[in-house]
Structures are given as structure tokens and as C-alpha cells.
Write a protein that binds this ligand. Structure first.
Ligand SMILES: Nc1ncnc2c1ncn2[C@@H]1O[C@H](COP(=O)(O)OP(=O)(O)OP(=O)(O)O)[C@@H](O)[C@H]1O
Ligand SMILES: [Mg+2]
Length: 244
């Protein structure tokens, strides 16, 4: 139900050789909310997504989704449970057409290929790729490949969507478009975690924000609290705003 805890992450940790990528990380996501996740480069955001979605098993900690312990499940099972993510670097099946790429997701829910294709067409319309449906995915521009990432994820009909920097490199009009899409997904009942460096998007979309630095959570709160938190400004926002 809206407002109930949908995803709960408790004490997650991951080390790569000498790098503690994520250390004792706990947070939750409520059904129907948009949670922003921000932090400097290398602070552990993508690694957190990788552990939630089963790409890396955590060294320690638990992941619970809709009341079920999903820690360590393989990615396809996590996806089957209703969590889907996009990749920071788009990974389409380059030889397949755009619509076939999306059908790899829709077939999971609609074994009938005709239904799966209809659903894929709807998703492509939603992300603004309908006209490119028959193109080879490998020939799309970078930005359209990122749209396709979102479309493939949506094709699996997730309850929880994890977006990893889907706005990187977009111009202001495209950022506005992406924001409208994410808000409309939330309005349709989807729960979303947004990892993003485009601050005005995170600040205006998110109900709450979790801030990571060196693999640990240094702050959590609503956008107003986060943007005035001295630790966040020091670790991230100060430098980020100066760069912008
Ligand atoms: N597969 C891996 N092997 C070795 N080190 C890794 C691996 N994945 C991530 N790391 C390291 O773990 C740390 C956290 O990386 P991660 O990609 O989670 O950061 P991030 O917050 O997503 O950064 P960015 O904003 O640049 O995408 C970094 O020091 C990174 O180099
Ligand atoms: Mg990352």
C-alpha cells in the first residue's frame, strides 16, 4: 500500500580489494515515493544498486523487498520480484531493433509475443522512442540509448525502478522531459530511486534524499533539509554547485 515500506536495506557492505565501496548502509524506500540518492563520484551509489539487484552479492547486510528477504538472489529473480534498474553506461542488445530490446523485458510479463509487442510499443511511446522502434539499437544516439535503458526497465513492469544517472549529458529541454516522465511514472503508482548528479532534477523530483560519501550515508531528509545540511554542502553540493 502507498506509504508502506517497499524496500529496506540494512547494514549493506561491499569491498573491492582495498576499497570499501559501501559500508554499513541502511535506508528504506516507501511505496509510491521518489527517493533521490546523491553523493560524489565513487561514493557507492552504483554499487548499492548492484547489490540490491543481485549483480554483486553484498559482503554483509540484508535487502528486503515487499516483506521478502531477497539478499543474494540472482538478477533475473530480483527482476521477477518487481525491481528493475537502468545501467549508468547503456547496455542495449546492439544488433536487435529497439522494439525487440524492450520486448526482452515485456516478454517476462506477457509470454504471448503479440501482447508483449503491444506493451513494448506503449513503453516506447512513453519514453519518446516510438519513431525509432524498428532501428537497430546500436545505431541510436547516446541519449536515445539512455531512453531505451529506461524503456527496457519499464518493459518488465517493475514496482520499484532504480535509475542510475539517466539524465547525464541531457540538455535542459531533455532534462525537463525526463523529469516529466519520472513524475508521471510515480503518479501511475511506481516507486522510484533516482541516482543523479543533475541537482535541480533531484531536488525538485525527490520526496526524500539519501546522501552517500565514501560508502556511508552522511545525511537523509527532504530536499530542503539536504540542500542546507553543512555536511552535504561540504562533501558534495559545494563542489557540485561550483562546477555547475
Ligand atoms: N567492480 C568493481 N571492481 C573494483 N572496484 C569497484 C567496482 N565497482 C565499483 N568499484 C569502486 O567502488 C567505489 C564506489 O563506486 P561506485 O561505482 O559505486 O560509485 P558511484 O557513487 O556510483 O560513482 P559515480 O557517481 O562516479 O557513478 C569506487 O571507488 C569504485 O572505483
Ligand atoms: Mg555510479
Amino acid at each position: 500500500m502507498k506509504g508502506d515500506i517497499l524496500l529496506e536495506v540494512e547494514g549493506l557492505a561491499k569491498r573491492f580489494g582495498g576499497v570499501q565501496a559501501v559500508a554499513d548502509l541502511s535506508f528504506h524506500v516507501r511505496e509510491g515515493e521518489i527517493l533521490g540518492m546523491i553523493g560524489p563520484n565513487g561514493s557507492g551509489k552504483t554499487t548499492t544498486f548492484n547489490m540490491i539487484t543481485g549483480f554483486y552479492p553484498p559482503d554483509r547486510g540484508r535487502v528486503r523487498f515487499a516483506g521478502r528477504d531477497i539478499t543474494g538472489l540472482p538478477p533475473y529473480e530480483v527482476c521477477g520480484c518487481g525491481i528493475c534498474r537502468t545501467f549508468q553506461v547503456a547496455k542495449p542488445f546492439r544488433e536487435l531493433t529497439v522494439i525487440r530490446n524492450v520486448m526482452t523485458g515485456t516478454l517476462l510479463r506477457h509470454p504471448d509475443p503479440a501482447l508483449a509487442e503491444t506493451r513494448a510499443e506503449e513503453v516506447l511511446r512513453a519514453v519518446g522512442l516510438a519513431e525509432r522502434a524498428q532501428m537497430q539499437a546500436g545505431s541510436l544516439t547516446t541519449i536515445d540509448q539512455r531512453r531505451l535503458e529506461v524503456a527496457r526497465a519499464l518493459g518488465t513492469a517493475p514496482r520499484l525502478l532504480l535509475l542510475d544517472e539517466t539524465m547525464a549529458g541531457l540538455n535542459p529541454t531533455e532534462v525537463a522531459e525526463a523529469m516529466r516522465l519520472i513524475a508521471s511514472l510515480r503518479d501511475q503508482g511506481l516507486t522510484v530511486v533516482v541516482v543523479e548528479h543533475v541537482m535541480r532534477a533531484v531536488m525538485s523530483l525527490s520526496d526524500r534524499i539519501v546522501v552517500l560519501d565514501q560508502g556511508t550515508k552522511i545525511a537523509e531528509g527532504n530536499p530542503r533539509e539536504i540542500s542546507s545540511d553543512p555536511r552535504v554542502i561540504q562533501a558534495y553540493l559545494g563542489a557540485e554547485y561550483q562546477r555547475a
